[in-house]
Ligand binder design. Sequence first.
Ligand code: ZN
Length: 133
Amino acid sequence: MIKKIDHIGIAVKSIDLSLPFYVDTLKLKLEGIEVVESEGVKVAFIKIGESKIELLEPINEESAIAQFIAKRGEGIHHLALSVDSIEERIKQMQNEGIRMIHNEPKKGAGGADIAFMHPKSTGSILMELCEKK
Ligand code: ZN
């Protein structure tokens, strides 16, 4: 049901300042940069084998990423699991007693359908279910 780690989300203050480490030093490939207005973030996807690193830069103060950085500083924000049939996976998690932040899938970066699980249910790790069609 869970296929792989789709990506690791990392909160950064500035994509421009963070990218050279990944692209020039680690020699990873930047796949694209996109603004997700609804989440108040600019997102850069960096390919790393079968998975990706997702750099998340806040574009306004209301963004959850801005609040995360204000509280804890830059760093790993979430882990995204690649799934099929996200609606079914959400129902299955709810049946298992997992608290979902999103009870319905919503649109994330790259046109993916996503839903977050609450860290209270996952050993304090913010986890995202992610389905790419
Ligand atoms: Zn993500």
